[in-house]
Design a protein around this ligand. Structure first.
Ligand code: ADP
Ligand code: MG
Length: 679
C-alpha cells in the first residue's frame, strides 16, 4: 500500500488512496461520489459551512433551530438502560431558563459533567413533553468556544459511511498538491478580469478564513463554471444556428382549420408564439426557438399547432417530455385533439415493451408514424426517423445541453422548439439560451380564476380536510404533497405511505385515496395518473414526482405538507398543478416550522401567483451570500453557481466568451467533456 507516500512524489492525477490516511475503505466511498483522483477530491466543494455563532439566552432560543447556549449543569448526570440503549440525561440552566440534554450510549459523560460546571452546548433545540430539549449537543469549554467562534467548518455532501471529518481530513491531505491543478481559463481572461489564482480559490473554498474571503473564492469558481458552460453553448451555436431550412413548411390550411376548431380562443401570447413559429418554419434558416410561459399558460396547445403544421406538410415530428407520465399525457392529448385530422401518433418510453418498440422503429423508418411522443427513449441511436422535421422538448430545463444537441442531430437538422416554465428574465435568457430565439407567453387563458392561497400551521389540518370533503362532494379532486416516500428516522417530515393510512381513517371509504412516488415502476405510475385523470381517484397523495407538467383541470385543491422544505420555484410548479381550468382552485401550504425566514418565503407565494415575481422576490430575500439550501430545484443546476444570485458573474463570463470569439480564440480547445451542464 502507498499510504504515507511522500507528498512531493505524488501527482494530482493519482488515485485518492495514495493520500496519507485514506485507506481502501474510504477511497471506495469516495468512488461512490465519483471521486477517484486527487484533483477530483479537491474539486469536491463543501455544500455549506458550519459557523459557531454567538450564544443566546435560553429564553431567546428558537425551538426547531440550531442554537448555542452557555449553561451550567444543575443536576447529576442520570444514566438509564432501556433494552440495549443507554440513555444519558441531565439538566442545564442559565439565568433565563433550563434545557434537558440527552445523549444515547455515551455513559462516559457521567465522568465529564459535574454540577456547577459551565459549558457551551450547541445543537438543535426541540420541545419534548413541554420542555426544551437538546439531543446529542456538542459541548465546548468557554475558552474552546471562543477560539472556534470565528472559524467556518466545511460541510460536504456525503454518502452513507463517509463522515464529514474523513472528507475534511482527506482534503487537507490533498491540499499541498493544489497548485498543480490545471487552470483551464485562458491567461488573457485571467488578466482581463483580474481573476484570483485557481489554487487560492479552491483552498479558500474548502477552508475559508472568513465569510467574505470564502465568497470571493467561490465567485472565482462560479465564474469558471459559467465560463465553461458558455463556451460549450458557443460551440453548439457555431454548429447549429445558421443552418439553412431543410424542411420548408408553408402550407397552413389544416393548421388554420385546427386553430378555429379549438375549444378555446388562443391567448395573445399563444397567438404571437404561433406566428413566430410559422415564420420560422417557412423561413430560410432552421428554427431554434424557446417558448417560455408560466405554468398553466397553455404551451401544449402551441406545441400541438406546430406539430400539426409539420405533419400536414408531409414531415415527421418528435415530442419529448422529461418523465414517462408526462409523455403519456401528451400522447393522450394528441390522440384526442388530432382525432379529425388523420395523424398517426405513437408513444415510445423506457417501459415500452421490446416487441412494441421494434414495431415502432420499423413504422417510424417507413414514415408510417407522423408524431412520436416519448422520453429520452426518442433520442437513442436505435431510433431512426424517415423525415424528421420538428423536435419539441417540453419542460426543457430537465434536459442536458448534450441531449438537446443529440436530438437536433437526429435527421437532417430539424426545427427545434423548446418549452419551459422557468421564469428567467430576458437578459439572462439571452445568455443562457443564446442559441435560441425566444417567444414569451405572458398572459393566462381568460377563463382562469387566480388560485387562492393560504399558509397555515398543522392545527389547520382538520379544517383543510373538511374543505377537501366539500370540494370532493362537488366532484373535484385533490392533490396532497409530502416530501418523503416512507418514514425515516432522521427526517421529521410527512411521508406518502403513512399519510394515506391517516387519511383513510379520516375520510369515509367511498372516497378513493391513493399515493404516488418516484420509486414506483413506470407502469404503476402511469396507471395511477390515468385513474386520476379519469376521476377514479379523489385524493392523490404524492411526492414531488407530480411537479412536472401534469394537467388535470378538474383538480382544485393542492395541499403541500412541510411546505417549508421546498424551494419557491418548486412550490410554484407544484401549485401550478391546480387552477388549470374554469374552476376556482386553492393552494394550502402547510408549514410545520415556526422559523421566521421560512414563513417569510412562503408569504411570497401566498401573495402572488406570478412566477417572475416569485423568482425576483426569492432572490431579494436570499441576499448575495445566501446560496445554500434554497436552490432553484432541478433547474439549470450548476454545482456552485446560481444564475439568479450570480447574475453579475454570468454576465462577466458571457462577456469573456464573446471577447475570446472576437479574438478568434479556438474555443474547442477549452471544451472538456466531463463537465455536465444542464440547460
Ligand atoms: P402549460 O403551459 O403549463 O404546459 P398546458 O398547456 O398544460 O399548460 O395548459 C393548461 C390547461 O389550459 C389545459 O387544460 C389547456 O387545455 C388549457 N388551455 C390552453 N390554452 C388555453 C386557452 N387559450 N384558453 C383556455 N384554456 C386553455
Ligand atoms: Mg406543460
Amino acid at each position: 500500500m502507498l499510504v504515507g507516500m511522500d507528498v512531493v512524489s505524488m501527482n494530482i492525477k493519482d488515485k485518492v488512496e495514495n493520500l496519507k490516511g485514506v485507506g481502501p475503505k474510504t477511497s471506495g466511498l469516495f468512488e461512490k461520489l465519483n471521486i477517484n483522483t486527487i484533483d477530483e477530491l479537491l474539486r469536491f466543494y463543501p455544500r455549506n459551512y458550519l459557523t459557531y455563532e454567538k450564544t443566546c439566552d435560553i429564553e431567546n432560543a428558537t425551538a426547531g433551530e440550531r442554537v448555542a447556549i452557555k449553561a451550567t449543569i444543575n443536576t447529576y448526570v442520570d444514566i438509564k438502560k432501556i433494552r440495549k440503549l443507554t440513555l444519558v440525561t441531565c439538566m442545564v440552566k442559565d439565568s433565563t431558563g433550563q434545557v434537558k440534554l440527552v445523549w444515547y450510549n455515551s455513559p462516559f459523560l457521567k465522568q465529564v459533567f459535574h454540577i456547577g460546571q459551565t459549558y457551551i452546548f450547541v445543537g438543535n433545540l426541540t420541545i419534548r413533553n413541554n420542555q426544551y430539549t437538546m439531543e446529542h449537543p456538542e459541548y465546548y469549554t468557554v475558552e474552546q468556544y471562543e477560539n472556534m467562534k470565528m472559524t467556518m467548518q466545511p460541510i460536504y455532501p456525503l454518502t452513507m459511511g463517509l463522515s464529514n471529518k474523513t472528507v475534511t481530513k482527506s482534503v487537507k491531505a490533498a491540499l499541498p498538491l493544489v497548485d498543480e491543478i490545471e487552470d483551464n481559463i485562458p491567461q488573457s481572461i485571467i488578466d482581463k478580469y483580474s481573476l484570483m489564482p485557481l489554487s487560492s480559490a479552491i483552498k479558500g473554498v474548502h477552508f475559508p478564513e472568513n465569510f467574505e474571503s470564502m465568497l470571493e473564492c467561490r465567485n472565482r469558481l462560479v465564474f469558471d463554471e459559467f465560463f465553461m458552460f458558455l463556451v460549450k453553448m458557443a460551440l453548439i451555436r457555431e454548429h447549429t444556428v445558421k443552418e439553412s431550412n431543410n424542411f420548408v413548411i408553408n402550407d397552413f390550411t389544416e393548421t388554420d382549420r385546427f386553430i378555429s376548431n379549438m375549444p378555446f380562443e388562443l391567448t395573445k401570447g399563444q397567438k404571437t408564439a404561433v406566428e413566430d413559429i410559422r415564420k420560422d418554419l417557412a423561413g430560410l434558416t432552421v428554427m431554434n426557438r424557446l417558448i417560455q410561459g408560466d405554468v398553466g399558460s397553455g404551451k401544449t396547445a402551441v406545441a400541438e399547432i406546430a406539430i400539426l403544421s409539420t405533419v400536414k406538410n408531409g414531415y415527421q415530428a418528435a415530442f419529448m417530455a422529461p418523465t414517462e407520465v408526462l409523455a403519456k399525457q401528451h400522447y393522450d392529448n394528441l390522440i384526442r385533439d388530432y382525432k379529425d385530422y388523420d395523424v398517426s401518433v405513437e408513444l415510445l418510453v423506457g417501459s415500452t415493451k421490446l416487441s412494441e418498440k421494434r414495431r415502432i422503429y420499423e413504422k417510424l423508418l417507413n414514415g408510417d408514424i407522423d408524431v412520436l411522443v416519448g422520453t429520452h427513449a426518442l433520442i437513442q441511436d436505435k431510433v431512426v426517423y424517415n423525415n424528421l422535421a420538428l423536435v419539441i422538448t417540453d419542460e426543457q430545463h430537465r434536459f442536458g445541453v448534450r441531449q438537446r444537441e443529440k436530438l437536433s442531430k437526429k435527421g437532417k437538422e430539424p426545427h427545434v422548439l423548446v418549452m419551459s416554465a422557468t421564469p428567467i428574465p430576458r437578459t439572462l435568457a439571452i445568455i443562457m439560451y443564446g442559441d435560441l430565439d425566444i417567444s414569451i407567453i405572458k398572459d393566462m387563458p381568460a377563463n382562469r380564476k387566480p388560485i387562492k392561497n393560504c399558509v397555515v400551521g398543522p392545527k389547520y389540518r382538520p379544517t383543510a380536510y373538511k374543505f377537501m370533503k366539500e370540494q370532493i362532494d362537488e366532484g373535484h379532486q385533490i392533490y396532497i404533497i409530502c416530501p418523503m416516500v416512507e418514514a425515516s428516522e432522521n427526517v421529521e417530515a410527512e411521508n406518502v405511505i403513512e399519510y394515506q393510512e391517516r387519511l383513510k381513517d379520516y375520510f369515509s371509504p367511498e372516497i378513493n385515496i391513493t399515493y404516488l412516488h418516484g420509486k414506483m415502476s413506470a407502469d404503476e405510475k402511469n396507471e395511477i395518473m390515468e385513474n386520476f385523470i379519469e376521476k377514479k381517484i379523489d385524493i392523490l397523495i404524492s411526492t414531488t414526482v407530480i411537479e412536472v407538467g401534469i394537467n388535470n383541470p378538474n383538480a382544485t385543491v393542492m395541499m403541500i405538507e412541510n411546505a417549508e422544505r421546498f424551494g419557491l420555484a418548486q412550490l410554484h410548479q407544484l401549485r401550478g398543478r391546480v387552477g388549470r381550468g374554469d374552476f376556482q382552485s386553492y393552494c394550502i401550504m402547510l408549514c410545520s416550522s415556526d422559523n421566521k425566514d421560512a414563513l417569510k418565503r412562503l408569504d411570497i407565494l401566498n401573495k402572488s401567483n406570478d412566477g417572475f415575481f416569485i423568482a425576483n422576490e426569492d432572490l431579494k430575500l436570499r441576499g448575495p451570500g445566501d446560496f445554500f439550501g434554497v436552490r432553484q430545484s432541478g433547474e439549470m443546476l450548476f454545482m456552485l453557481g446560481d444564475i439568479y444570485n450570480n447574475a453579475d458573474i454570468l454576465k462577466k463570463a458571457s462577456d469573456a466568451v464573446t471577447y475570446l470569439q472576437k479574438e478568434s480564440f479556438p474555443l474547442e480547445i477549452l471544451s472538456d467533456n466531463n463537465t455536465t451542464v444542464y440547460l
